[in-house]
Write a protein that binds this ligand. Structure first.
Ligand code: BES
Ligand code: MN
Ligand code: ZN
Length: 466
């Protein structure tokens, strides 16, 4: 879909002109006021719509009145949700050209219009031999073009991440992620298994051993002259998580191509970062591999040595994400950055705790955590802080190694956080568990089922606001 900023959307020939109506107010389209508001008593409750025909009297063939609820309650997030509804409705009616009249809405909200329009437009149909032809081609709007462009860039990064996470594991392999990273035109280094071995990444490599597909450790770097700050963003990159020898049951394995959603989000962010020209250094890091039960698979009871020398007794091969992240965190800390943020589909326990509407967040720096929560809130990504009390490490204590990779089922999201903490040194760190938010089994709010691009908006926004 192409978004075009125009002076006066009412003069553009479109199939449908969408105009918003606040409860108890009027629109700037007389027809809408006359028929929808006065005659049919359309109230403009949030998310409700009313359609009327203009019978060739106006450049726009129809008007879709979009209820936005009470004016004082509108916020950018609500506008985006309403836009998604309206655009989906227009697409259902097979409109090709639509207009948007944002009446009495602040210009900077139009960033969310661009994001919403793209979310509404998103589908993953590349493997359908017959594609539905109900895509909107052009959207005209009176808005600030800088805001629209910013929204479009955010949307592009989300779409990038969603496509990658939706892609079947047979195609989205570690090698494929590495080649995508190399194509982004950043300063990128890919480490193969033998180089990872030399770096001492015994935890990451153990996870990778059960698969025929070779692991890839990816490091992308964006920088600028005299960066104000240096950060690292890490994404869990399990291209497929079968559970390993502790094999998952079929129903739990079904969506495990999404176990690289963290990596997909990092790639999405890195794919657009140059266009924002942020004044900080950003290192995008992914330890990409598959967790498979092949003949050389790592086994329960094995003892692994991570990059920082700490030893780990394998209690369950399905707690593999934290093993790959352990080495990635060590690597990031050795870069001497100021902050590290990791994004991971890490625990089913986080999904049990928070469901699919909010990600879990924890870490060692309350200011960083609060800033990320606040940034997420403004960008339509909810996050909830989970505790990191020392007791959560108790069940990870091992008789024969420095720690085990799992312990009690209870409080599993926090225990995973405590595990990761052992590989973080002298740096501000936040860990975001996106196991529930990254991939939807059924449609939810603005999103169709499948990948959501969780974390992309928060990270991008955080980076460009430095
Ligand atoms: N990738 C899974 C976590 C997950 C679960 C992501 C559901 C998305 C949806 C992770 O590797 C895993 O298997 N975690 C185990 C840990 C357990 C063995 C301690 C889990 O949560 O069951
Ligand atoms: Mn697992
Ligand atoms: Zn996993």
């Amino acid at each position: 879909m192409e978004i075009k900023v125009v002076e006066n959307v009412k003069t553009v020939e479109t199939d449908i002109l969408v105009v918003n109506l606040f409860e108890g107010e009027k629109t700037s389209i007389d027809l809408a006021n006359e028929y929808a508001v006065q005659e049919d008593n359309f109230k403009g409750k949030f998310g409700e719509t009313y359609l009327l025909h203009t019978y060739g009297k106006e450049p726009y063939r129809k008007v879709l009145v979009l209820g936005l609820g009470k004016k004082e309650e509108l916020c950018p997030n609500k506008l985006r949700e309403a836009v998604v509804k309206a655009v989906k409705k227009c697409a259902q009616m097979e409109a090709k050209k639509i207009g948007f009249l944002l009446d009495g809405i602040e210009f900077d909200y139009s960033e969310q219009l661009a994001i919403g329009a793209n979310i509404a437009d998103y589908r993953f149909d590349k493997y359908k031999s017959e594609k539905k032809d109900n895509k909107i081609q052009e959207l005209y709007v009176q808005a600030n073009s800088d805001n629209i462009q910013k929204g479009e860039k955010f949307a592009a990064a989300m779409t990038f991440a969603r496509n990658l996470a939706n892609e079947p594991a047979q195609f989205a392999t570690p090698e494929e992620l590495a080649s995508i990273a190399l194509d982004l035109g950043l300063d990128t280094k890919i480490y193969d298994a033998d180089e990872c071995e030399k770096m001492g990444m015994g935890a990451f490599l153990a996870v990778a051993r059960g698969s025929k597909k070779p692991p890839k450790f990816i490091h992308m770097k964006y920088t600028c002259p005299n960066p104000k700050k240096r950060i690292a963003i890490i994404g869990k990159g399990l291209c497929f998580d079968s559970g390993g020898l502790d094999l998952k049951p079929a129903s739990s394995m079904l969506t495990m191509r999404d176990d690289m959603s963290g990596a997909a989000a990092i790639l999405g962010v890195m794919s657009i970062i140059k266009e924002f020209n942020p004044q900080i250094e950003v290192n995008g890091i992914i330890a990409a591999c598959e967790n498979m039960p092949g003949c050389d698979a790592y086994k329960p009871g094995d003892i692994l040595t991570a990059k920082n020398g700490k030893t780990i007794e394998v209690d369950n091969t399905d707690a593999e994400g934290r093993l790959t992240l352990a080495d990635a965190l060590c690597y990031a800390c050795e870069l001497g950055v100021d902050e590290v943020i990791d994004l991971a589909t890490l625990t089913g326990a986080c999904v049990v705790a928070l469901g699919s509407n909010a990600s879990g967040i924890m870490g060692n720096d309350e200011e960083l955590i609060q800033r990320l929560i606040e940034t997420g809130k403004r960008n339509g990504e909810k996050m909830w802080e989970l505790p990191m009390w020392d007791e959560y490490f108790d069940s990870l204590k091992s008789e024969i190694a420095d720690m085990k990779n799992t312990g009690s089922r209870w409080g599993g999201a926090s225990a995973a956080g405590k595990f990761l903490e052992k590989f973080v040194k002298d740096v501000k760190w936040a860990h975001i568990d996106i196991a529930g938010t990254a991939f939807l089994e059924k449609p939810q709010k603005e999103f169709i089922a499948g990948a959501t691009g969780a974390g992309v908006r928060t990270l991008l926004s955080y980076i460009i606001e430095q």
